[in-house]
Design a protein around this ligand. Structure first.
Ligand code: ADP
Length: 545
């Protein structure tokens, strides 16, 4: 028997219509080189409809890919909806990809137009000659007076505001929830980046998941600061959730310096601010002494949140960081490490462990940790396996890519490449990324856990642990440590600090002090770069062995 419910498509136009109808005066604030710019959902929605008209006027094809090369701004949010709501596909380009990877993804996605912030022209223009399908470059003037280029025989160059001024308000066309709405490429630490395409349906459901009280719980009363870029896995769903709920949105633009972010949090009375751990490591110190009473949740993921960071955050703001796990392939939110009510009275140590874990799967997502024999691991906190994910906003492979098959299991689960255990409480705990785990004498050491412990040392600002080749043990850990300004610690002090905190055989063979841990294009520790840098590093004792 079928139910009596209406067959309505889960398409993104609904979010825009709702914000325009019920929250027309809610603000979208953008921090620009010229200061804060304020607009409202009412004005934004009207411009978004006109932008759909601009895409028609430019002759972008029915399912054409509309690329953005832009900071988090109100204009970027217009593109976020105008492209999918006019039947096209938004493609957010990562500003920090290697140039050849940028060219690869533009050509692979067959982008027809690129919308670029004027301040970013310097990064894009030198590559334009290599783009095979781009017919238009639309410059969004953000007040940085870079020269406007022209391309002889190449793409036409336009001004965003001029195009908008010349376009009519156009009705949205997106009738099929299964149609692609947007696409995002992984940052490609090995090989070329891989493209994930999100449907209207997956984005709609993922947005609702971000609004669940047991996850991030976005509501209309929130003031959201997505420090996470709009090109990094959909700004973790926050741009969509802001529009869907009618929450005020604070877009940080190009200036992601800790002082500016801290000021925005205080002055705009931000309730929800999200970014990768390396962002908060800087911002937390700038929040000291500021009024952060409006803050209610700080979701953080992309890499493991060190306990020391969460504790420092709690010291300064009264709030521990809320860790979430996800990946481009999972839209991205897959699990959230909220302490559930029945565990709230746990020991301090247990609470730390739960907050340092990746948490419980979000309603709608299924997660399993599978051993090489194909068995799910027991909830013992010890048995390791590969984390696999399934659900309506988890990808089923990559866009037009031979690597899709190896990314999926035979029964249709997405293989994450993360090694994990299950805690007795059912919380997921990531051990490491498969490629970062240190394989020593047939056993595995979690670089993440070692880093977590080293960063608990008061003199340490950042620590990344990598595998270095060892003649006897295959690999041994090397700790790369950045000391806090003015702080001092020796190699032996760091190693002695670890004694008793981790198993003896986990203690790194050496410590090197560096000025900064290199970061990936989305601000994570780039252990690949460190591994290259220390590829020939001779561990103590090895030469005499
Ligand atoms: P990239 O692969 O370019 O880093 P993603 O953001 O898609 O881009 O990366 C997803 C990966 O980030 C996950 O597979 C996992 O290894 C890591 N990750 C995400 N969230 C967490 C977290 N809370 N703790 C530890 N690792 C995380």
């Amino acid at each position: 028997m079928l139910g009596t419910m209406q067959e309505r498509q889960l398409t993104l136009d609904h979010f825009v219509n709702r914000a325009e109808t019920y929250f027309p005066d809610r603000e979208i604030v953008t921090n620009t080189a010229a200061g804060l710019q304020r607009t409202t959902y009412g004005a934004w929605a009207d411009r978004t409809h006109r932008l759909a008209g601009v895409l028609d006027n430019l002759g972008i094809s029915a399912e054409g890919r509309v690329a953005t090369f832009a900071w988090n701004t109100a204009r970027h949010l217009e593109l976020y909806f105008a492209a999918p709501c006019s039947g096209r596909v938004l493609h957010t380009l990562n500003l920090r990809l290697f140039p050849e990877q940028l060219t690869y993804i533009v050509n692979h996605a067959e982008d027809e137009v690129i919308f670029v912030d004027r301040s970013l022209l310097g990064l894009l223009v030198p590559r334009v000659g290599e783009f095979n399908t781009v017919k238009h470059i639309v410059v969004m003037d953000d007040g940085v007076p870079n020269e406007i280029p022209s391309f002889d025989g190449g793409p036409e160059v336009h001004d965003y505001e001029e195009l908008l001024a010349g376009a009519e308000r156009t009705e949205f066309r997106c009738a099929d929830e299964w149609a692609a709405a947007s696409m995002c490429y992984t940052s490609g630490t090995t090989g070329n980046p891989k493209g994930v395409t999100y449907t209207h349906r997956s984005t709609y459901l993922h947005t609702m998941a971000a609004m669940l009280a047991d996850t991030i719980g976005v509501t209309e009363a929130d003031v959201i600061l997505p420090v996470v870029p709009m090109f990094h896995a959909n700004a973790w769903g926050l741009a969509h959730a802001a529009v869907a709920s009618g929450a005020k949105l604070v877009q940080p633009g190009p200036d992601l310096s800790p002082g500016t972010l801290a000021r925005l949090i205080e002055e705009e009375k931000v309730t929800l601010a999200a970014g990768v751990p390396t962002i908060w490591m800087g911002v937390v110190e700038e929040l000291e002494g500021r009024d952060t009473s409006a803050l209610r949740v700080v979701p953080c993921g992309g890499s493991a949140v060190p306990t020391s960071l969460s504790k420092r955050f709690e010291e300064v703001t009264g709030l521990p960081i809320l860790q979430a796990w996800g990946m481009t392939e999972t839209s991205p939110v897959g699990s959230v490490a909220k302490v559930i009510s029945s565990l709230e009275d746990s020991s301090e140590e247990k609470l730390d462990e739960l907050r340092a874990s990746q948490g419980l799967p979000v309603l709608g997502v299924e997660l399993r940790v599978v051993t090489p024999d194909g068995e799910q691991v027991p909830w013992d906190g010890e048995t390791q396996g590969e984390l696999q994910a399934a659900g309506p906003w988890i990808t089923n492979g990559y866009y037009n890519d031979e690597r899709s098959a190896e990314a999926m299991t035979e029964d249709g689960w997405c293989r994450t490449g993360d090694v994990a255990v299950m805690l007795p409480e059912g919380y997921l705990k990531l051990v490491d990324r498969t490629k970062d785990v240190i394989k020593t004498g047939g056993e595995w050491i979690s670089s993440v856990e070692l880093e977590n412990e080293i960063m608990a040392h008061p003199a340490v600002a950042e620590a990344a642990v990598i595998a270095v080749a060892h003649p006897k043990w295959a690999e041994r850990p090397l700790a790369c440590v950045v000391l806090r300004d003015g702080a001092e610690a020796t190699r032996d002090e760091i190693l002695a600090f670890l004694d008793g905190r981790v198993a003896k055989w986990w203690i790194p063979d050496d410590v090197v002090f560096i000025d900064e841990v290199p970061k990936t294009s989305v601000g994570k520790f780039s252990k690949k770069t460190l591994r290259e840098q220390f590829a020939d590093y001779e561990l103590p004792g090895v030469a005499d062995a």
